[in-house]
Design a protein around this ligand. Sequence first.
Ligand code: VGL
Ligand code: ZN
Length: 286
Amino acid sequence: MKKNYNITSSDALLITDIQKDFLSGGALPVSQGDTIIPVLNEYAERFNNAGGHIFASRDWHPSNHISFKAQGGPWPPHCVQQTEGAEFSPDLKLPTDTVVISKATDPKRESYSVFDGTDFSEQLKNKGVKRLFVGGLATDYCVVNTVLDARKLSYGTVVLMDATLGINVKPSDVDSAIEAMIKAGAEQATTADFPDAVDTLPVEEAEADAMEDKPSARAAVKKKARMRPRGSVKRIRTERKGSFFEIQRSLYIHSIRCLRKAPSCCPRHVLIKKKEATWLICRFEA
Ligand code: VGL
Ligand code: ZN
């Protein structure tokens, strides 16, 4: 059954290790790793629009890290600080206020979990995060260890199954990792478990201001809205300082009726806070 996660400011998305060395052509590529990048981009946009917090971790090793073969470890050198391989993929679209967490920086210690030896836990606490959604690379190393730590710290924890892939040194490693995460109380979800994607059309500040004091401007915006093509696309209403206007006419009657009662009067309405403005997004089509 669809879970319909409602993302708020007490939620965070963690995008783990989408770095060149873990992608095709890198030093330790995860097979098909590149294919999850567009999915992660979509999650990032969704969380950003909904006022959720976004974190991106990076494996950030010194050149003599204990996990490297020359030091007796299992891996070829990868994600060495300040090298190209440690860079995030140029295809990854991180919102501007994404918080980057660097991990496994101690030469003498392997740390797969983003919680290990970082200030991640403190950052989550400071931001009031209660629930963590995790995607990225690699399911059987960074992701599983991070998720198990998140559960130990009692975070609601959701593994984004369509946005994570593993290394499978042993072919059963990813399966075992998933089993361990579920056993620890993590949920599994995919994009289909979130409300339908909505286009958040930003309201120009000027346009919204004009509407507040000038009924004629309001009429012009409404006329423009009426001229938008109809179609099956779910559309939006916005609310700013108590003034509303519709983006698509098919929503208008329903939404006005709704708003008179309460902004969250039906399950298809979600309120999200973004900067000072409150956006009311309606997924209802009249
Ligand atoms: C990772 C292998 C080596 C990870 C880091 O973060 O998943 N995997 N180093
Ligand atoms: Zn590493």
